[in-house]
Design a protein around this ligand. Structure first.
Ligand code: ADP
Length: 443
């Protein structure tokens, strides 16, 4: 499958996954909140109706004489109450009239039912055709228009403990239902819009999540093609030299060709070794052969070893050990050696004759510091961010003359990171470069 198509498909899969999870969470969250609001409202209504029914029940029941008759106190408690069990009278005082009006205007109603369920007296907003249930429990009922009411029914007994009938207290749910309908409408139109938004955000998030994968994939592709390119050059030389050798007529020509083949195979094996080293260091941090390493010895050994190279390049190689005591760190000695060697070799290579290369060793309370300074050609700011990339060379021709393929600094960086260190570069074109490496100390 085409790679960009594969990435697009993966992004789409990520998006669908994110959108599904987020959409489900949103729907579930909305449902929980919706049900929660209903449950809380029901609880509040239940509390109100229970207290109202309780007051009426406790005040009226002790005054009940006979079934079918209500005491006058019932009318004082539920203004406007009237029916077969109690005659309709208009309260004669203003506060009584006011209370009756308030009760009439409220959502509540009170009803007294006979044992057989026949309505004996009613007060409040009278819903039409509410089933006169006498069951002593909570009930949601509908009138002819379909409006809902929530009510509680309570058994009443006379003074002589004879069954009198039932007290029923209820509340209209019309306003509440209108409110719920508007919430449902909001969810109905809001959810698709939210899902669209979630889809867009998911697409963006999936793109964000894919970016490092895509970048590392591109890097891998670049690495493979660069490696193949670098391997091909010496291989082509070897191949053509071998062909040439078959046709050679004298021994000196054969020797010359063997020389070329040997140089190219050495170059090839160095390249393969470097590639393997990078892969090993980057992939197997945990397999580093860690041991306490003395950086003073390491720096002195290397300066001694590279003295010949510096001499040939007519570059002064100096050492500045700023601490007398041993600077110790945990590390893989061979790799640390390789790291400093790469930095020093580069410094010597890219410094013109007459220049200076200095290696500084210092320490702070927690860190060891190795600095490689040179007075060479320097590195332009635009290249400074890229020189640690594999196979990156500032000017291909410039490093071709030095024999480099652009892996030296990648190896340095991989080793520094594998040792939990940091590397920094300061450079100015024409003035020189300073590479500073910091490692945690072994204490
Ligand atoms: P190479 O093997 O080509 O030297 P490196 O990864 O070691 O590859 O370095 C990458 C590039 O950085 C080199 O091509 C070189 O141009 C530049 N470079 C590295 N070290 C220095 C230095 N001390 N001074 C100037 N340029 C440098």
């Amino acid at each position: 499958m085409n790679q960009s198509k594969l990435f697009r498909l993966t992004r789409l899969r990520f998006t669908t996954g994110y959108a599904l999870v987020m959409g489900l969470a949103l729907c579930l969250g909305s449902l929980i909140v919706y049900e929660g609001i209903i449950a809380v409202h029901q609880k509040i209504v239940q509390q109100k109706l229970t207290s109202l029914a309780g007051v009426l029940h406790d005040s009226i029941e002790p005054a009940l004489e006979r079934p079918g008759q209500l005491p006058i106190i019932a009318q004082q408690l539920a203004p406007g109450l009237c029916g077969q069990a109690i005659p309709c009278v208009q309260p004669n005082n203003p506060s009584g009239r006011h209370m009756a009006a308030v009760f009439q205007a409220s959502d509540y109603y009170v009803r007294f039912l006979s044992q057989s369920g026949q309505s004996l007296a009613e007060a409040g907003q009278q819903p039409e055709a509410i089933p006169s249930s006498k069951d002593p429990f909570w009930q949601t009922v509908r009138d002819r228009q379909g409006d809902r009411y929530y009510q509680i029914s309570w058994q009443l007994r006379t003074k002589d403990n004879l069954p009198w009938g039932y007290l029923q207290v209820g509340q209209s749910l019309q306003q509440w239902d209108e409110f719920l309908a508007s919430i449902r409408l909001f969810l109905l139109f809001g959810l698709p819009f939210a899902m669209l938004l979630i889809g867009l955000v998911s697409w963006w998030l999936a793109g964000l999540a894919m970016q490092p994968i895509y970048r590392s994939y591109r890097q891998m592709q670049q690495f493979t093609s660069d490696a193949a390119h670098e391997l091909r050059t010496p291989l082509t030389v070897v191949q053509s030299t071998v062909e040439d050798t078959w046709l050679a007529e004298d021994l000196p020509a054969v020797h010359r060709n063997l020389d070329i083949i040997e140089r190219q195979t050495i170059r090839l094996s160095e390249l393969v070794k470097d590639l393997l080293l990078i892969c090993r260091v980057e992939q197997q941090h945990q397999l580093l052969k860690l041991q306490p390493c003395c950086l003073n010895d390491l720096v002195c050994d290397l300066v001694e070893e590279l003295a010949g190279l510096a001499l040939a390049a007519e570059v002064a190689l100096l050492t500045d050990l700023r601490v007398k005591e041993a600077v110790l760190m945990m590390g893989d000695e061979a790799q640390l050696y390789r790291m400093v060697s790469n930095l020093l070799t580069n410094a010597i290579r890219y410094t013109p004759p007459g220049g200076k290369v200095k290696v500084v060793l210092d320490r702070t309370d927690h860190e060891a510091l190795i600095q490689v300074q040179d007075t060479g050609m320097g590195i332009a700011a635009t290249d400074q961010t890229r020189i640690f990339d594999r196979f990156y060379r500032v000017q291909r021709d410039r490093s071709r003359t030095t024999g480099g393929v652009g892996l030296g600094l990648s190896i340095v960086q991989a080793i520094v990171h594998a040792h939990a260190g940091k590397i920094q570069l300061q450079s100015a074109v024409g003035k020189g470069s300073t590479f500073t490496v910091r490692f945690p100390l072994f204490q």
